[in-house]
Design a protein around this ligand. Structure first.
Ligand code: ADP
Ligand code: MG
Ligand code: MG
Length: 490
């Protein structure tokens, strides 16, 4: 039974100190870093090269091999499911408008989707870089938290963390044979890079560039840089390299001042450079569009009207909403898209519905502590939990409550986690990891490249674990709640 132990248990104090020092060095050496937060520096603007170690766990966390494999196998089905949902205009017409009615951000996206659709702009090629998130419920097994079809992050850092964790475990005395067995191969950024190149080739303009739409003050930049490097590497090692000329990084502001749409061809240009793929790592939240002049919205509209491949498209952004997630839980909904294969997917769903549904009222009467309330938002920090739910819900009109979903809470098993955070100087023993009773959320990456309905690539692409204290409700590495982690299969 020794192997069933969590790798963090059984390490003596001196082992923990020695391995922490190694892990911190390896983390920095491998680029497991975040840019400094400008707001936290005394001058208010951080030097451009100031970084800190990303929050990581010292060693991987144990995770059921069976459940992990189940999630990996499901990924291609989830990729197909959401691809088909995004192409089902009637379904989106049924689900989105009620949720958008009292949500100005979703309503702006919905309007833009319709405008672009009516303009006849069409790009048959899809590049989807997804991440399906799960928790392993103590009683019910693998359960879906949500799926991300936009700006799915940490694939680059997770890939690097797998390298670090392997070395730390080896230094802890675990044999190579055990490691090969327990630590799955993990290369999300590499697989995403290959998907990029495949989509780029389908676009068919070798001189065009790839555009990353980024936040002007991005902290998780090395995750994105890893992906850039993997795009170039995937090209170089492909059968017929196209020598991708450039990967541009631009904010909405910069795009607004230099982008141009050639109306006759629908091609998108930045200055004189044609853009083949617009990859959004920004623009998933209303505060990314908060400039009063609406510059970000017009930059987005211009890109959406072009024939550049968008990752994700507006239809994908709409499919990514919690409203769609809840609608897919209705009986028969998944089966319409995945005939004969829906049961495995549905087995990961927990009870959820729109808050205006009568079921929600009954559930809240029975046990409010057992539910999470979610608005149509991304990026963490938006949900309402436990006792606050009833209070919050009671202040909403029926129309407003259609913009929220109520979801049954998943209760994962706790395990001891040893965490390394950048700034532990204030802790009593800064050389030691923080010992935390923690729960983990598994993210499985997936890539899909398609032309219309025809899938050219559809695969799972590795994993990340995000581990947080069992006593905080929300997750999020960027928000400071969670550590990046990987699985130790048991
Ligand atoms: P976002 O798109 O903002 O990441 P999520 O649905 O992932 O929204 O919710 C954010 C966090 O809230 C998750 O990472 C998880 O920690 C917690 N959470 C969400 N849904 C549940 C649930 N049903 N049970 C337990 N925790 C949940
Ligand atoms: Mg999300
Ligand atoms: Mg999430």
């Amino acid at each position: 039974q020794q192997h069933r132990r969590n790798p963090s248990s059984g390490l003596t104090g001196s082992q923990q100190a020695r391995l922490s020092s190694l892990a911190r060095d390896l983390a920095c050496m491998n680029g497991l870093l975040l840019k400094d937060n400008p707001a936290s520096s005394s001058s208010g603007s951080a030097a451009p090269d100031r970084c800190m170690m990303a929050p990581i766990t010292l060693v991987p966390s144990s995770f059921s091999k069976e459940a992990f494999n189940q999630a990996v196998e499901l990924q291609a089905l989830f990729n197909s499911l959401y691809h088909r949902v995004s192409r089902d205009h009637n379904f989106l017409c049924r689900v989105i408008p009620p949720a958008a009615e009292s949500d100005s951000f979703l309503s702006a996206l919905w309007d833009m989707y319709q405008t672009v659709r009516q303009s006849g702009a069409d790009q048959p090629i899809t590049l989807a870089l997804n991440r399906a998130d799960y928790m392993l419920d103590e009683e019910a097994g693998l359960k879906q938290v949500e799926i991300n079809l936009m700006a799915s992050s940490f694939g680059g850092l997770a890939q690097r963390l797998s390298t670090v964790h392997r070395q730390v475990m080896s230094a802890a005395g675990v044999s190579e044979r055990q490691l090969a067995h327990r630590l799955p191969d993990n290369r999300p950024a590499e697989t995403f890079g290959e998907a990029f190149i495949q989509a780029f080739k389908l676009y068919g303009r070798p001189e065009a560039a790839i555009l990353f739409v980024v936040s002007p003050d991005e902290r998780n930049i090395f995750d994105q840089r890893t992906l850039e490097a993997e795009i170039y590497a995937a090209d170089a090692s492909s059968d017929s390299p196209v020598h991708v000329p450039q990967i541009l990084r631009r904010s909405f502001d910069q795009i607004a001042s230099s982008a141009r749409l050639e109306e006759s061809s629908g091609r998108l240009y930045l200055a004189d450079q044609e853009v083949a793929i617009v990859y959004y790592r920004h623009g998933y939240s209303p505060d990314h569009f908060s400039d009063p002049a609406g510059v970000a919205w017009s930059a987005k509209l211009l890109m959406e009207r072009s024939r550049a491949i968008k990752c994700p498209s507006l239809a994908y952004m709409l499919a990514n909403t919690k409203a769609v997630q809840a609608a897919l839980c209705e009986p028969g909904a998944v089966a319409r898209y995945l005939p004969g294969k829906s049961a495995k997917v549905e087995a990961t769903f927990v009870d959820q519905c729109v808050l205006s549904d009568s079921r929600a009222h009954r559930w809240l009467l029975a046990d409010p502590e057992d539910f999470v309330l979610k608005p149509q938002r991304e990026g963490g920090g938006n949900n309402i939990y436990g006792r606050d739910v009833v209070d919050f819900a009671s202040r909403l009109t029926t129309r407003q409550s259609a913009a929220y979903i109520l979801m049954r809470r998943i209760r994962p098993q706790q395990q001891v986690s040893l965490m390394l955070k950048a700034d532990q100087r204030l802790s009593r023993r800064p050389e030691m990891p923080l010992c935390v009773s923690a729960i983990s959320e598994l993210g499985i990456y997936g890539a899909l490249v398609a032309k219309n309905n025809s899938e050219r690539l559809n695969c799972s692409a590795g994993h990340v674990l995000r581990t947080k204290s069992a006593f905080t409700d929300e997750g999020g590495v960027a928000t400071g709640f969670s550590c990046i982690d990987t699985v130790y299969l048991v």
